[in-house]
Design a protein around this ligand. Structure first.
Ligand SMILES: Nc1nc2c(ncn2[C@@H]2O[C@H](COP(=O)(O)OP(=O)(O)O)[C@@H](O)[C@H]2O)c(=O)[nH]1
Ligand SMILES: [Mg+2]
Length: 348
């Protein structure tokens, strides 16, 4: 492999690695992972692509790789861009990339598309739209299918944030379609949450789920050049007034992603919020993602154990639910408590 670092570099990196993680078993996989992280740190594009692919495929070396990256996390500010399909998220991210690059900042982008047999072309579409940045070393764009994780943000997407963070990108943008669980996950993972709407998307405050409004640090009405943009602004301003009682002031901005109009203001608002997020410090930013991944992995484990449980409790509770004696939610509580009996005396 032509791009491998010299043996001396590799040795140094390995020593460093053992200093920070003394309990790590010595095996060849760790040395390889540490070498790959060293290349990531130098910003080698092939190394970034390789790391992302290993993480995405959960390749055998991925676990070592994820561990080797840990000491290097916390540099990047993570922006979550979410909103209904067609609002102009990708176009806006593209415009923001230009704005950030003008200011000398590097950007990594992860675009998560819901994979449906019908809209299989959407991912490619995102890639093409972002090609303006493709021969710039300060920009790295990766599209991911959300296949298998339609219920939310995939752990792989969150770990790819770590890879881009370890590769020293200043800003990482996570573009996701705001439906159901996704927005809750984005809220947990991102340091700044930008929610995008646009005129002409439909009735319910331009097709925006109410959950989206709740997680927004910044609210954007894109397609400012379109008829109805002003009306959408007013609708959202009204919705924000209702929300304002419980949480602070949320900036509401109008943009036209196709011309770049409103982009300097958007970046200023993002920097404003991210300064507050940065006040938390890099450790808190790393912890945010680690917490999400642990909770997610724990939920998967619990679900798996419950389904595989051989003591017949699941079947018994299923019968209780079928007979109408127990609600599904209460059955779930009981199975976590490991008993068919009511856990909480207040349970009906
Ligand atoms: N007129 C107008 N069209 C826009 C604007 N932003 C995006 N679009 C168009 O809206 C469509 C959907 O944009 P896209 O970025 O793919 O939306 P996404 O699904 O939210 O990522 C594309 O045809 C864009 O060219 C804008 O500010 N004004
Ligand atoms: Mg898109």
């Amino acid at each position: 492999m032509a791009e491998n670092p010299t043996h001396r570099e590799q040795d140094q990196d390995t020593r460093q690695h053992h200093q920070t993680q003394p309990a790590a078993p010595r095996d060849a996989g760790i040395a390889e992972a540490v070498a790959l992280v060293a290349r990531l740190r130098r910003g080698e594009r092939r190394a970034i692509a390789q790391a992302i692919t290993e993480i995405e495929r959960l390749a055998p070396g991925a676990a070592n790789l994820l561990r080797a990256m840990q000491p290097h996390l916390g540099h990047a500010v993570v922006l979550g861009f979410t909103g209904p399909p067609g609002a102009g998220k990708s176009t806006l991210v593209n415009a923001l990339i230009r704005e950030l690059r003008t200011g000398g900042r590097t950007v990594g982008v992860i675009a998560v598309d819901p994979s449906s047999p019908v809209s299989g072309g959407a991912i490619l579409g995102d890639r093409i739209r972002m090609t303006a940045a493709l021969d710039d070393d300060g920009v790295f764009v990766r599209s991911l299918a959300s296949r298998g994780y339609l219920g939310g943000l995939s752990p792989a997407a969150v770990r790819i944030i770590d890879a881009l963070d370890a590769a020293r990108f200043d800003v990482i943008v996570l573009e996701t379609v705001g439906t159901g669980q996704n927005e809750i996950d984005v809220a947990e993972v991102a340091d700044v949450r930008v929610v995008i709407s646009a005129p002409g998307l439909g009735d319910d405050i331009q097709a925006m789920k109410s959950g989206l409004l709740e997680i927004a640090d910044i609210l954007v009405v894109n397609k400012g050049d379109r008829e109805g943009a002003e009306q959408t602004m007013q609708q959202l301003a009204g919705a924000l007034t209702i929300r304002a009682g419980t949480s602070g002031k949320v900036p509401l901005l109008k943009t036209t992603a196709t011309t770049g109009e409103g982009l300097p203001e958007l970046l200023a608002a993002i920097d404003d919020v991210s300064r507050r997020a940065e006040a938390l410090g890099p450790v808190d930013r790393r912890r945010r993602r680690a917490r999400y991944l642990i909770a997610r992995a724990a939920a998967d484990l619990v679900a798996d154990r419950i389904r595989k449980g051989r003591d017949g409790l699941l079947d018994q509770l299923a019968d209780d639910v079928l007979s109408g004696n127990v609600r599904v939610e209460d059955a779930a509580r009981r199975i976590l408590a490991g008993t068919a009996a009511p856990e909480d005396p207040r349970e009906p």
